[in-house]
Design a protein around this ligand. Structure first.
Ligand code: SF4
Length: 178
């Protein structure tokens, strides 16, 4: 098991796997999903579009890294209508991502860390109040906002995109240079 995979598991991820940076599948169409209100956070969070910049620049940044580590959390929910359970699963995943982010920043190397499910750090994002981000060092950047096609990227690994009925799976991605 590699060092980064071990780190992700120690931070609470259920599974993690390495892949070459060019196996990360990108698609600028994801920005349209954001703009059309896919998750409802467009223009409502500092780390979401349009505030994070043009999709072309963000995808170029992803491509500037030669290696990647994909990780996932898997949580049980009551059923597919369990909105509260899904929100709790998203908050749980954000906790794992934040632990990973802190562990990475202690290493003093350059990483690009993207996560799914939204920032979730503040009960109400400061953007909605017209204020600067309260925790810029801990805010989570969005996978889809950077154009990452998680479903097709996961196919390059042994991480399943779905993990059974009545579960919800979230992903995170760490990009790095060897
Ligand atoms: S840390 Fe708080 S203010 Fe900053 S992007 Fe996340 S939710 Fe918004």
């Amino acid at each position: 098991m590699t060092d980064l995979v071990r780190l992700a598991l120690a931070c609470g991820a259920r599974k993690a796997a390495l892949l070459a940076g060019d196996r990360v599948v990108l698609n600028e169409e994801f920005r349209k999903i954001c703009e059309n209100g896919g998750c409802g956070n467009y223009g409502r969070c500092h780390t979401c579009p349009p505030y994070i910049g043009p999709i072309g620049e963000l995808m170029a940044r992803v491509r500037s890294f030669e290696s990647a580590m994909l990780y996932q959390s898997i949580c049980p929910i009551a059923d597919c209508f369990d909105f509260e359970g899904m929100m709790e699963a998203g908050a749980f995943h954000a906790q794992i991502s934040r632990r990973i982010g802190r562990a990475l920043s202690d290493r003093g190397k350059e990483y690009l860390h993207l996560s799914g499910g939204g920032c979730h750090l503040c009960p109400v994002c400061a953007q909605k109040e017209g204020l600067p981000c309260r925790h810029p060092d801990e805010a989570l950047l969005p996978l889809e906002g950077y154009g990452v096609d998680v479903y097709r990227t996961a196919q390059a690994t042994d991480l399943a995109y779905q993990n059974g009925i009545d579960t919800v799976t979230f992903f995170g991605l760490v990009l790095y240079r060897e």
